[in-house]
Design a protein around this ligand. Structure first.
Ligand SMILES: [Zn+2]
Ligand SMILES: [Zn+2]
Length: 347
């Protein structure tokens, strides 16, 4: 008899249906976990809107890549039944030159697009079966809900490391979503002096204000924004993080960066091309860097950052919801009025 479970299946554009599906069988190298928590990610929204995942695989597709759980079948792995684990959704080959140089996020074979919950089924369900090599033990000090935020936190952590942020640097974050706010939290810890958040509305900033890491909030639509940023940072920001993936957000970074400053681009653009003022970049010798996911080493360090209380990602969570509320979660995340920052599902 095939074992069955409840799963939140993407059944069409803007349509999640909770239904009974077979629990996948373990293949070589897999472990099976009972899912404890799974974060709802902004990148899930694109798939939710279109009604399908990234692979051509037909059949029930289940998203969910920010998850942890308890091992129920360790397969051939070193894990034991009952152990708490978190999955790194970033798949990689481990053999190519990028992987061998410790840059697994740039793996040649997977090309930055091969993530659990995008190309393979994810964890908006009761049981997840997947590669043991992507599972990591969770310290007791990291709660299930905090573990569901390791994914966005690792993205923020990698971006801050790439930026080369030093004590006293003036830092601009453009974008008020969860990753922008986590970057703010880490930048503050790393010694940012002036820390500014540029946003286009106030919908998501209640948490940021509650936590209080940002020194000031800027209006991205202000026609005088370049002047305002110049005055506020007394000559420009050393580092600007673009966490939206849009032309205007990149322009805000270019307006805000000081000569010789650094822009780190993290936001994924929906538009195939984004224009920007090349001459300002050239003549002011501004460095523009991309940043995606993190290295395998940084993933382990991200778990540590929470375990050692460097940052508490639970503070950024708006609500924890059951599996049958996933559809509602997407409706809230795409609403123009709901002040939601981060939602976590507990299947
Ligand atoms: Zn994510
Ligand atoms: Zn590789």
């Amino acid at each position: 008899m095939q074992e069955m479970m409840q799963a939140a299946v993407l059944t069409g554009p803007r349509e999640i249906t909770v239904k009974s599906v077979p629990v996948p069988r373990l293949r070589d190298g897999d472990i099976k976990i009972k899912v404890s928590a799974c974060g709802v990610c902004g990148s899930d929204i694109h798939m939710w809107k279109t009604g399908h995942g990234w692979s051509d695989n037909q059949g029930d597709f289940v998203m969910g890549h920010e998850f942890c759980g308890v091992v129920v079948d360790p397969g051939q792995s070193h894990f034991s039944v009952g152990e708490r684990v978190v999955f790194w959704a970033n798949l990689y080959c481990g053999k190519c030159d990028m992987c061998r140089s410790g840059q697994e996020q740039l793996c040649r074979q997977v090309n930055g697009t091969n993530y659990i919950g995008f190309v393979t089924n994810g964890a908006y369900c009761q049981y997840y079966v997947g590669p043991a090599v992507n599972a990591y033990p969770l310290p007791d000090a990291v709660s299930d809900v905090a573990a569901a935020l390791i994914d966005p936190l690792m993205v923020a952590y990698h971006a801050v490391i790439k930026s080369g942020l030093k004590m006293h640097d003036k830092v601009l974050v453009v974008g008020s979503g969860i990753i922008g706010q986590l970057i703010g939290g880490l930048a503050k810890k790393a010694g940012a002096s002036v820390l500014a958040l540029s946003k286009v509305n106030d919908r998501k900033i209640a948490k940021a204000k509650e936590i209080g890491d940002f020194d000031c909030y800027l209006d991205g639509n202000d026609p005088e924004r370049a002047k305002r940023m110049y005055e506020l940072s007394r000559g420009g920001f050393d580092i600007a993080f673009e966490v939206v993936g849009a032309e205007d957000a990149l322009s805000t970074c270019i307006d805000g960066a000081k000569p010789g400053g650094t822009i780190v681009a993290i936001g994924n653009s929906i538009a195939p091309k984004v224009g920007f003022e090349l001459n300002r970049l050239v003549l002011h010798e501004i460095r523009l860097l991309g940043s995606v996911s993190c290295t395998e080493k940084e993933f382990r360090e991200t778990i540590d950052l929470i375990a050692n209380a460097t940052i508490d990602p639970e503070k950024y969570v708006t609500d924890v919801l059951p599996l049958d509320q996933l559809q509602h979660a997407f409706e809230r995340l795409t609403s123009k009025t709901d002040p939601v920052l981060k939602l976590v599902i507990k299947p």
